[in-house]
Design a protein around this ligand. Structure first.
Ligand code: NAI
Length: 309
């Protein structure tokens, strides 16, 4: 249903959404389409482990959007062929404004049982797939001096989770990718953010009681995604946790640390002696950039340099 009253419209903006045939991506696709966007609904139609393929689910979402009066086309490629998604969007509509990297698979196994193929498959779809789609779209966003990119991470990457070494590393890798793209995109009005959602989908089957799961509606996540991808939103490089109607931002925190005198060798004992200061978060800082982080870290070396002048 079109929402003409919203202040957050996406009229005529081309939005690529990966993994948009079900779950969270489907919810994103419906929301963006209801706000006037032209949505490329990408989905390979796989099982949760990335096996199999079906064109049906992306087609069904496109049919639903069109029936409601919106604009959408289906794309059935894997995100591993990111270039194809971008080419199709450009062939159909001539531009790209927003890229939402949402497709994801899981192949859980405790680390000692994890097979290389299950490591690689999860990296290929979750991390490399998002790279490929975004990398193909990036020159167009740069040329237009406008873009909004969203990555979909996971608490498993932020906090670590048993049996998800492959998935967690790919997911936190996305935030690392987003941080650098936010720096590179800032001069061209390209904003890049990451969400770590929790929502009711097949990925949560068996992980929590059904009654609780049913309250984690994907429709509670998509408005944050759309806000972050709106022209009016200044946020970039951010990481947000979201689920069940809760929304919050994360940031890195670093202890004030210990700056040891440089006029004598630092031995292991010195590290042990200063351990309380090294891990003390009482005066924690939250550096936002490599430069800011480096200044504090290099304070001893810089002071020594200064006094040597
Ligand atoms: P889902 O399994 O319902 O949807 C994922 C979609 O991605 C499926 O439609 C699937 O066909 C598609 N897909 C898989 N491989 C693909 C490929 N190579 N190319 C194109 N499409 C592909 O999962 P859900 O829950 O909607 O997940 C959405 C995103 O949120 C995923 O990245 C997931 O890892 C992430 N996430 C979900 C959580 C949850 O609580 N459900 C928790 C944390 C992160």
């Amino acid at each position: 249903m079109a929402d003409m009253t919203s202040d957050f419209r996406f009229d005529d903006q081309v939005v690529i959404i990966t993994g948009a045939g079900m779950g969270l991506g489907r919810s994103h696709a419906h929301l963006f389409a209801s706000l006037g966007a032209k949505v490329l609904v990408n989905d390979l139609g796989t099982a949760t482990d990335g096996t199999g393929a079906s064109t049906r689910i992306a087609d069904a979402v496109v049919d639903e959007i069109r029936a409601a009066g919106g604009f959408a086309i289906a794309n059935h490629d894997s995100v591993e062929q990111g270039q194809r998604l971008v080419e199709q969007a450009l062939d159909e509509w001539g531009s790209i404004a927003v890229v939402i990297n949402n497709a994801g698979i899981i192949r859980d196994a405790s680390f000692h049982k994890l097979q290389l193929e299950d490591w690689l498959a999860v990296q290929r779809v979750n991390l490399e797939g998002a790279f490929r789609v975004t990398h193909a779209a990036w020159p167009h966003l740069r040329a237009n001096r406008y873009g909004r990119v969203l990555f979909t991470a996971s608490a498993a990457g932020i906090y670590g989770n048993f049996g998800q070494a492959n998935y967690g590393s790919a997911k936190l890798g996305l935030h690392g990718l987003a941080r650098s793209l936010a720096v590179e995109g800032s001069s061209r009005n390209i904003h890049v953010n990451t969400i770590a959602p929790m929502l009711d989908s097949r990925l949560l089957e068996g992980l929590m009681p059904d009654a609780l799961r049913s309250r984690l509606r994907p429709q509670l996540v998509s408005p944050l995604a759309a806000y972050l991808c709106h022209a009016s939103c200044r946020e970039t490089g951010g990481l947000f946790e979201v689920g069940g109607g809760w929304y919050g931002k994360l940031r890195w925190q670093r202890s004030d640390g210990a700056a040891l005198p440089l006029d004598r060798p630092v031995d292991i004992q010195a590290i042990a002696d200063h351990w309380p200061a090294i891990v003390d978060f009482e005066l924690a800082q939250c550096p936002e950039t490599v430069e800011e982080a480096g200044r504090a870290l290099l304070r001893n070396a810089l002071a020594e340099l200064e006094s040597a002048r």
